[in-house]
Design a protein around this ligand. Sequence first.
Ligand SMILES: Nc1ncnc2c1ncn2[C@@H]1O[C@H](COP(=O)(O)OP(=O)(O)O)[C@@H](O)[C@H]1O
Ligand SMILES: [Mg+2]
Length: 354
Amino acid sequence: MFERFYGLSGSPFRLSPDPSFFYGSRGHRRASSYLQFGLYQGEGFIVLTGEVGAGKTTLIRSLLQQLESTKVIAAQLVSTQLDADSLLRAVATAFGLVVKDGDKAHLIAQLEAFLVSLVPKGSRALLIVDEAQNLAPEAIEELRMLSNFQLQNRALLQSFLIGQPELRLMMRSSRMQQLRQRVIASYHLGPLDADETRAYIEHRMKHVGWAGDPKFEDEVFDLVHSVTGGIPRRINTLCNRTLLAGFLSEKHQIGVRDVEEVISEFNREFGEPATEDHDLAITRADTGVLVKAAESMPAMNSGAPMVVAEPPNLINLERRIMGMERVISITVNLLRQVIGMKRSETVLEKRKVP
Ligand SMILES: Nc1ncnc2c1ncn2[C@@H]1O[C@H](COP(=O)(O)OP(=O)(O)O)[C@@H](O)[C@H]1O
Ligand SMILES: [Mg+2]
């Protein structure tokens, strides 16, 4: 919508994890090195965690693009509370096997035969399980069993477990002790810092041909960083809406006031306390309900899946935490100023003493 107005060749802040937009922040680069190191080992588990929207899926896609597809046969599955049996089936299907209705032993034999068949071709298998925090403990155990497959002392399958911070907690539990021993690299992907947030925004804008229209005031970047906590997905949502608002009011210069207006618009749309309907949606934890909510807000469909994809109570909590973070940072700055003033007063007084 706003692309033509700003002379852009595409939408800069889409929420799809498109690797062509990849920006290598320090965290993303380090995570990528860990993953590459892990891949090089060719066995065991590699664990990548991070907040929703931190860029895990984007990172994996960007890594996969760099891999030689004939050498590494990668299969991806997104876990939605898979139990042990359905996990095995999902793994087999993800590798392109035709799964017949058979018993578990048959399925395992089928998988093993497939993995062994890759060896003479000089290929190996990589299984990527996204949203792995949803795996049932029995399903994780099943994955561990798969990682036991070997041929002449060589592991036949390597797995990436990608997930939200809960995955880190899961991994620490005593039940996971055996799996932990097979983790050869793990990394927690943190948020972007303030400088990176600016570089990220500019990077995405330049990728669609931005040459300075609109112009962003310097302070805009700090505000976006503090409001989004440096999480790329939230940055995308906020910037997308800000550009839309800029276009609607035909602005070629975007300032702090403009971003603040968009933030209060978000707050007006989603800041109301949870109604009974909302509560119902949360207790049912039914994505269908939330999707329906999204459909009834046409303005948000293009701009803010971030908000609709999460239960309203989480959004409120997140917002409160972000508010608290802002208050803390303002307080710290004020305290610093007071300390600075006190120091200079002391220096002046000392100078006055004859
Ligand atoms: N390093 C990055 N470079 C470019 N875009 C990114 C980066 N990290 C995240 N994004 C963007 O943020 C959004 C969420 O990223 P995603 O990979 O889906 O997060 P996660 O899988 O951690 O929930 C996507 O729109 C993606 O394009
Ligand atoms: Mg993801």
